[in-house]
Design a protein around this ligand. Structure first.
Ligand SMILES: [Zn+2]
Length: 211
């Protein structure tokens, strides 16, 4: 995500190759800001992005993880939403076994995210484990890049994925369907999936208290 200041406006941009992820981000942000959904743009590299102007949201997202923890841990729904957002963004679901993994180069973020499911939802996750080292080559859409940092992963064990699906779920349909397929669930299974929303967080009304 990039945020830039221009024309006295704070703009937040989310860019990703996964169109569903960008659309889901925009839907959630638009709900929080009580605004209409924003126009989706496509780059010449076939990536998608949205741009949102909001000083309040910009300031909120610039906070450190330590400062955001009270919001993440506000209630079970908020904790679930944070974990779901992480795996929607950085997660993979194994096609056969349904094992869920999430990767990132921010070790403190991963360590925290790994502890949350067991601390608040009774779901065990393992890691973080080092999976690729700084300096190794990453090939993406035909281009090669040198990794600037070590990359780590956390895992939700196969034995825990049903609980994960019930209590947390995945918002990105492609990933959710892969998980449900690996668990042997039918097409109408999503009614039982996680995804509750906390109704006690009113972003706008808390703006004056520092959000
Ligand atoms: Zn909450």
């Amino acid at each position: 995500m990039n945020a830039r200041l221009g024309n006295h406006q704070y703009r937040i941009r989310l860019k990703a190759k996964d169109k569903q992820f960008v659309e889901e981000f925009d839907r959630r942000v638009s709900t929080v800001l009580s605004s209409r959904v924003h126009k989706l743009w496509k780059t010449k590299d076939s990536e998608f992005y949205v741009e949102i102007g909001s000083y309040l949201l910009y300031s909120f997202l610039r906070r450190s993880l330590q400062e955001l923890k009270p919001f993440i841990e506000h209630c079970e729904s908020c904790t679930s939403a944070f974990i779901r957002g992480f795996f929607d963004s950085a997660g993979c679901v194994d096609k056969v076994w349904g094992r869920i993994s999430g990767s990132n180069s921010d070790l403190s973020l991963l360590g925290y995210t790994q502890l949350l499911p067991s601390k608040f939802l009774g779901i065990k996750a393992r890691g973080p484990y080092l999976v690729t080292r700084r300096g190794s080559i990453l090939t993406r859409r035909g281009k090669s890049y040198v990794r600037k940092g070590d990359c780590y992963s956390i895992y939700v064990a196969c034995s825990e994925v049903m609980e994960f699906w019930h209590k947390i779920g995945l918002a990105i349909e492609r990933k959710r369907l892969r998980l449900e397929h690996a668990m042997g669930l039918g097409e109408d299974a999503s009614v039982g999936a996680g995804g509750g929303t906390c109704t006690r967080h009113d972003f706008a009304s808390r703006a004056g208290s520092g959000i």
